[in-house]
Write a protein that binds this ligand. Structure first.
Ligand code: MN
Ligand code: MN
Length: 324
């Protein structure tokens, strides 16, 4: 079964969107909007630097953890298993990543001690570290129903962040990305996923005031991402808007990049950003996107074909797969 070309291209765009958002935002991570404006005017080029002193096109933990997660899912034939995710993240940490979040480090160290891949529930572990890496789950999830998606999201997230607010954000991102991959418009995703999430978790309401200098708290992160996503009319506009808010800019860039990549597709990602991205990362993201989609498709043939002329007889159970 050959996957629908526009669908695969959107999957690649979601993954590359994460990577270019990370590489773009990392330059201005922990800066305020005022500092960014003074130094760059509007920051719109992938140029490296920042507090991590990156090479141009270099990515950070957001992308490298996603790639570790994607490899684990692929090795398990498309399943998301907590123990495999924990082992993959642990191996990633041993590889001396360029940066690592505090919650990620603490809970991976306790995994080493306990062997339990699920971190203890914690009201404090509502950082954005589980959400920033979640895109491979969306690509593996095409034929699953919403409950199966939620279980898979939690298996990967709870390795480091066992927290209901983090869970809500991770689920929102994954369910939204998969709807965008099917060609659904932003207003559909707003109605089906964004508004219901805000009903259940009012802290995500993002319209009160412009969220600048977002912290690593997932609520700040998602408010900034949703403001940029809802108000932009292009991939570039969305990413430039979100990273120029400063704060945890590589992570807002990464999450906005997944969503806007899936929504606007490959043609919308500026060529200059794709060219600037570390070539090995570029290849790995594309390759994983293709493999994850093809594994998902082979488990459920026809799963990604319902929105443009594919068969309807093999339509998957998930309502998320329909375009209405
Ligand atoms: Mn990072
Ligand atoms: Mn960050």
């Amino acid at each position: 079964m050959i996957a629908n070309a526009s669908f695969v291209a959107r999957a690649e765009a979601a993954y590359l969107g994460l990577a270019v958002g990370d590489a773009l935002g990392a330059t201005v991570e922990f800066m305020t909007p005022r500092e960014i404006a003074r130094q760059y005017g509007v920051h719109r080029e992938i140029r490296g630097g920042g507090w991590l002193n990156l090479k141009p096109g270099q990515v950070t933990d957001d992308t490298t953890m996603a790639l570790a997660l994607g490899r684990a899912i692929i090795a398990d034939g498309g399943e998301v298993k907590a123990m495999s995710c924990a082992s993959a993240f642990d191996a990633w940490m041993r590889g001396k990543p360029v940066d690592i979040g505090n919650t990620v480090r603490r809970n991976l160290i306790s995994f080493r001690r306990s062997g339990n891949p699920e971190a203890p529930p914690s009201e404090h572990d509502a950082g954005n570290g589980a959400a920033m890496r979640v895109v491979p789950v969306a690509l593996a999830s095409l034929a699953w129903n919403d409950d199966e998606v939620r279980a898979a999201v939690r298996a990967q997230s709870h390795v480091t962040h066992n927290n209901p607010v983090s869970d809500a954000a991770c689920e929102l991102i994954v369910l939204s990305v998969r709807d965008f991959l099917c060609g659904n418009p932003l207003r559909h995703v707003y109605r089906r996923h964004i508004a219901p999430t805000i009903d259940r978790f009012p802290e995500f309401a993002y319209r009160r005031r412009r969220r600048e200098n977002p912290s690593g708290w997932i609520v700040d992160t998602m408010q900034a991402v949703l403001q940029s996503l809802m108000d932009a009319d292009s991939f570039e506009h969305c990413l430039v808007d979100v990273v120029n808010r400063g704060g945890d800019a590589d992570t807002t860039g990464a999450i906005a990049g997944m969503l806007a990549g899936a929504l606007y597709g490959m043609e919308a990602i500026p060529q200059r950003w794709l060219k600037a991205l570390d070539p090995a990362v570029h290849r790995a993201c594309r390759e994983q996107a293709r493999v994850l989609v093809s594994i998902a498709e082979n488990r459920h043939p026809g799963a990604n074909r319902d929105s443009d002329g594919g068969t309807t007889s093999r339509r998957p159970a998930s309502a998320a797969m329909t375009s209405g």
